[in-house]
Design a protein around this ligand. Structure first.
Ligand code: CUA
Length: 391
């Protein structure tokens, strides 16, 4: 009952501050992560103290107002100067509370920051950039060259190994401005500051799909800078990472839509000033190897688009008519559908290059569909389909 009422208070607070959960899996106080449990316990103490202080101060205020109210207009109020006992209490009490909260906060920080090598199952570098995320598996070199990477979807192991929780070591970087990594189900949030790195560990016992958000106002699409954490059972995670390491983008069949899309992706269309996708994106096992935009190696397996602006159904994926429409609109003119997006346009509308407006190139609707067909073909093998496994 106590926990439930505290949760109700937290929910009320989050609604008041306009920070609404995007979906059911964004849970403050998820007990499946020991880091989260530590934070939850600290929050409960802080909230309980606040309630006690609020009620105490209110009670004193009302008592004073009624007890010392003016009975008639003739009596002069009692005049006095200074009260040593009262002043000691008024200074001492807040000092004790602040000290108590400081000690508890430092203790919780120590509990939620450890990087104990024996516990670490995998190392991921999270790069925050306006307005998306890239997750690079720094210890997992791919056969095709370069470490495994995935845009906006962070796959991590869940659970324990022989009783020892499998932690994931996160290294957080920011490419442009300050961002904040926040996935409350797996541990504490950390600020991403350009020029510095944050290293900490996250963990969850429960395989599931969790919501992550940027939690620091970073520009026009701060609210559209979301990501998914896909926590898998250890065996499923092993299957994912080994398939991802051995993955090479499929070679499209000659004359297919995928092949036309591949050519546009790699070369663009210079005669209509359409920029090559490969100028900014990486697809593992192809000449596309740019770190400017999110990694698209497994786009066909991904179920989110535009850093969580849209989601495709897990089963149909991007073949779902509505999801496909979102994909086509995204390729055509992403700055129109996501404010502040730095991606070039392909319908001749304006987009930004280094803060300067520039006219976009042009692709026909058929050509855009071809690029989409190529993207949809970039799939991990079924045993590594992390969305299916995490359901
Ligand atoms: Cu990135 Cu807010």
């Amino acid at each position: 009952v106590q926990r439930m009422s505290a949760a109700a208070v937290l929910l009320g607070l989050s609604l008041l501050t306009g920070c609404q959960p995007h979906q059911q899996t964004l849970t403050i106080g998820d007990q499946a992560s020991r880091y989260n449990t530590a934070m939850w316990e600290l929050s409960i103490v802080a909230i309980a103290l606040s309630i006690i202080i609020f009620l105490g101060v209110s009670a004193l205020l009302f008592y004073t107002v009624f007890r010392f109210r003016e009975e008639n207009n003739k009596k002069e109020a009692e005049q006095f100067h200074g009260n040593d006992k009262l002043e000691v209490v008024l200074v001492g009490f807040p000092v004790i509370i602040v000290l108590l909260l400081s000690v508890l906060s430092v203790r919780t920080m120590a509990q939620t920051t450890p990087v104990e090598e024996k516990q670490v199952g995998t190392s991921i570098t999270a790069l925050a950039k306006q307005f998306w995320w890239n997750f690079t598996y720094t210890d997992n070199e791919s056969a095709a060259g370069g470490p495994v990477a995935n845009g906006n979807e962070m796959v991590m192991p869940a659970g324990s190994n022989a009783g020892v929780p499998i932690d994931t070591k996160l290294t957080l970087q920011a490419a442009d401005v300050v961002h904040e990594f926040w996935a409350p189900n797996i541990g504490p949030q950390r600020q991403a500051i350009p020029g510095s790195e944050k290293v900490w560990t996250v963990h969850t016992d429960r395989p599931a799909i969790y919501q992550g958000n940027c939690n620091y106002l970073c520009g026009a699409s701060h609210a559209n800078m979301r990501f998914k954490v896909i926590a898998l059972a250890p065996a499923d995670y092993e299957a994912f990472i080994s398939a991802a390491q051995n993955y090479t983008a499929p070679t499209p069949a000659p004359g297919s839509a995928e092949e036309r899309g591949y050519n546009l992706f790699m070369n663009g269309k210079p005669e209509t000033a359409a920029v090559a996708c490969a100028a900014c994106h990486r697809v593992q096992g192809t000449p596309a190897n740019s770190p400017v935009g999110p990694d698209l190696s497994f786009f066909g397996t991904r179920r989110t688009l535009g850093a969580g602006m849209w989601e495709a159904p897990v089963q149909q994926g991007w073949d779902d008519p509505q999801a496909n429409e979102h994909l086509l609109a995204w390729i055509k003119h992403s700055p129109k559908v996501k404010p502040g997006s730095l991606m070039p346009t392909y319908d001749g509308s304006e987009y930004q290059v280094n803060g300067q407006k520039q006219k976009g190139g042009v692709l026909t609707d058929q050509e855009i569909a071809d690029v989409a067909a190529y993207l949809k073909s970039l799939k991990l093998p079924e045993e590594a389909n992390y969305w299916q496994k995490a359901q």
